[in-house]
Design a binder for this molecule. Structure first.
Ligand code: HEM
Length: 415
């Protein structure tokens, strides 16, 4: 048994780990814990979460692509067969919004829905947004450049991703603050330690969000425009149109997934760059160095650390037998620090060229928004460092107590 930190004990022989995810010393910087796990128990049973976790790069990469696992299980087995509890009545609206979410579906339904939206998100289409993202970022920086200080998340990072995804879908800019509020309430459902109050708030947000989207759909049916919602309403897949419920779910998941992680990642990247002590001029010297810097920040401080899968059949992995319906968890952020894949993994080294990080996942659920998130990061990071010369931390930022997400409460900067 090793006890490298007061909040962590590892029984390497039994591959069993006790770890308090609410301990600030852990969630403020999980990376040293991930290093311990790689050294002693890369695959482990997490006592508090009562589930198996995987951290090895090759293992996580393979499991994300492994069709014996899926994000959904109810397409192959019933709740009764699996001994799953019945849906909670106070999550009725949340469950309805999730019912057709890309993230909750497996083929063939997943393929049908993903095919319909994918065209809008391929790099070729997304690259056309470059001037619009640049203009928006410049306009926001104009608003605080002369102040010599800013709280970057509320004045900048919160605004760029939500505005861009809302515009793509066809929702007016003015809805941005309301979308952020619904989305914050909604995504608490995915965080460790959620309470019943969180569940009620998420359900209320889902109901209001769905009503709003329904009204925009009605409007767009009558007056189609050149936006993703009109495209989804009017495009057929094998002779079938999307139903109203499918349209609502898809719109909500795109809006939610489409900004929360990117907001965190703008903050995480700025902080990692400043903490590294390396020269921002060198990091943002050209498109290639910028791209490497963005990828290195995604590797070392990913915004979402864990994704889960159900075993769709009885299966053995790394010597552990899983029954159909068992859940496993993949720590993408830890896979990014596997010393077998990345040399000196806890060090921010934007010049490294050791293969892709797993922060956007892999396989059929690979992040559909990755080209958009990457474009936003590749535009806004150099702009911030070029326009706010000498930018530095005004105080040590506080990390949110929302493991397994990783983001800052605020990011106070001066220049
Ligand atoms: C830095 C920002 C982002 C990160 C780190 C991120 C990460 C991820 C990851 C890891 C997955 C795969 C989940 C799994 O395999 O279980 C995923 C899926 C997804 N992401 Fe992102 N994402 C980001 C930004 C975005 C944006 C901007 C959008 C906007 C459209 C988006 C929309 C989605 C959707 C719809 C899925 C589900 C895809 C599917 O199941 O087929 N994400 N994201």
């Amino acid at each position: 048994m090793t006890r490298p930190f007061p909040f962590l004990s590892i029984d390497a022989a039994a591959r069993s780990v006790s770890l308090d995810a609410r301990d600030p010393a852990f969630y403020r910087n999980p990376n040293p814990v991930y290093a311990e796990l790689h050294a002693h128990a890369p695959t482990f049973w997490w006592e508090e979460q009562k589930q198996w976790y995987f951290t090895g790069y090759d293992q996580v990469n393979a499991l994300l692509r492994d069709r014996r696992f899926g994000r959904q299980i109810l397409h192959v087995a019933s709740r009764e067969e699996l001994g799953m509890p019945a849906p909670l009545p106070h999550l009725k609206h949340f469950d309805a919004a999730e019912a057709w979410s890309l993230l909750e579906l497996e083929p063939p339904e997943h393929t049908r829905l993903r095919t319909l939206v994918n065209r809008a998100f391929v790099s070729r289409q997304i690259d056309r947004l470059r001037p619009e993202i640049t203009a928006l970022a410049n306009r926001l920086i104009d608003g605080f450049e002369k102040d010599g200080k800013v709280e970057l998340l509320s004045a900048f990072a919160d605004i760029v991703p939500v505005t861009m995804i809302a515009r793509m879908i066809g929702i007016p800019d003015e809805m941005g603050p309301q979308l952020l509020k619904w989305s914050h309430d909604y995504v608490r459902m995915y965080m460790f330690g959620r309470t019943e109050a969180d569940e009620h708030a998420a359900d209320k947000a889902a109901a209001e969000f769905a009503d709003y989207v329904r009204s925009v759909i009605a409007e767009r049916r009558a007056n189609p425009r050149d936006d993703l919602l009109s495209h989804m309403i009017h495009t057929e897949h094998k002779g079938q149109l999307l139903t109203e419920d499918e349209l609502i779910s898809t719109t909500i998941v795109l809006l939610n997934a489409g900004h929360e992680a990117t907001v965190h990642q703008i903050g995480n990247a700025v902080r990692s760059i400043l903490d590294s002590g390396l020269s921002p001029e060198a990091m943002f010297a050209d498109d290639k160095t910028t791209e490497r810097t963005v990828e290195e920040a995604l590797r070392i401080c990913a915004p979402v650390h864990i994704f889960e899968r159900y075993a769709l059949e009885d299966v053995e992995v790394d010597g552990i037998p899983f029954r159909r319906g068992d859940k496993i968890a993949l720590i993408l952020a830890a896979a990014n620090l596997d010393p077998k894949k990345f040399s000196d993994p806890l060090t921010f080294r934007p010049d490294r060229d050791e293969g892709p990080n797993l922060s956007f996942g892999a396989g059929i659920h690979f992040c559909i928004g990755a080209p958009l998130a990457r474009l936003e990061l590749n535009i806004v990071l150099p702009l911030l460092f070029q326009r706010l010369r000498g930018m530095r931390l005004a105080k040590t930022p506080v990390v949110k107590d929302v493991y397994h997400f990783h983001g800052l409460e605020r990011l106070d900067l001066v220049w």
